[in-house]
Design a protein. Structure first.
Length: 208
């Protein structure tokens, strides 16, 4: 059965971030507090997964580790429900978070049968992923929090040429010509928001 997912990071004034807080923050916290979330995160931190091209015929232990990682980095159910209007029909991420965003202030990665956060996290590995604020691609940050977190995001996503080649090799997403990758878009938007005094909203969701 197919699905389409999106991971987006959008820029907003502190006023908008404050308005979004009561809707999004409880859902983000609930996904992070899921009984399996910490266990899955710890397992991946202890034992990063091998080259993604070996995942097609794994043994039983490897298969369990892959499934755990995929569940960890898929959109969380609580954020999904808030963003698609299931929790409150008057709120939808397309209209209330992403509408009106220009290219400079937003990064979005949309894929069929794939999750952008999964590919990014596998590509950069658990040590770098642990530097990123929020939980598996979801966060809601004020302008001050964006500025404070930028050095960590720089450390996570700035790659030397040799590192870049290895990391790109583990990003399995297909991109159209000129499309921004998950290795580039988040840092670009973070830097722009820090310069402009804006906050950021990151959400990973199923679109259908």
């Amino acid at each position: 059965m197919g699905f389409t997912s999106a991971w987006a990071i959008s820029s907003h004034t502190d006023e908008v971030v404050t308005d979004l807080g009561p809707r999004l923050l409880p859902a983000m916290r609930a996904d992070r507090a899921h009984p399996d979330a910490g266990r899955r995160w710890s397992a991946w931190q202890r034992q990063p997964l091998p080259d993604h091209r070996t995942w097609y015929s794994p043994d039983g232990e490897a298969r369990d580790a892959i499934a755990s990682f995929q569940a960890l980095t898929a959109p969380g159910r609580h954020v999904d429900d808030v963003c698609d209007g299931s929790t409150d029909p008057s709120f939808h991420v397309l209209d209330d978070v992403w509408e009106g965003q220009d290219e400079d202030g937003m990064f979005i990665s949309v894929h069929h049968k794939e999750y952008a956060v999964s590919s990014l996290f596998h590509a950069i590995g658990p040590t770098r992923a642990a530097l990123l604020p929020g939980w598996c691609g979801t966060f809601l940050l004020s302008a001050a929090q964006v500025r404070a977190s930028l050095p960590l995001v720089e450390r996570a996503l700035t790659l030397a040429p040799t590192e870049r080649a290895a990391v790109e090799d583990q990003d399995w997403l297909d991109y159209t010509e000129g499309e921004e990758s998950v290795l580039d878009g988040p840092l670009r938007v973070w830097r722009a928001a820090a310069r402009q005094g804006l906050g950021l909203c990151g959400v990973a969701v199923h679109l259908c």
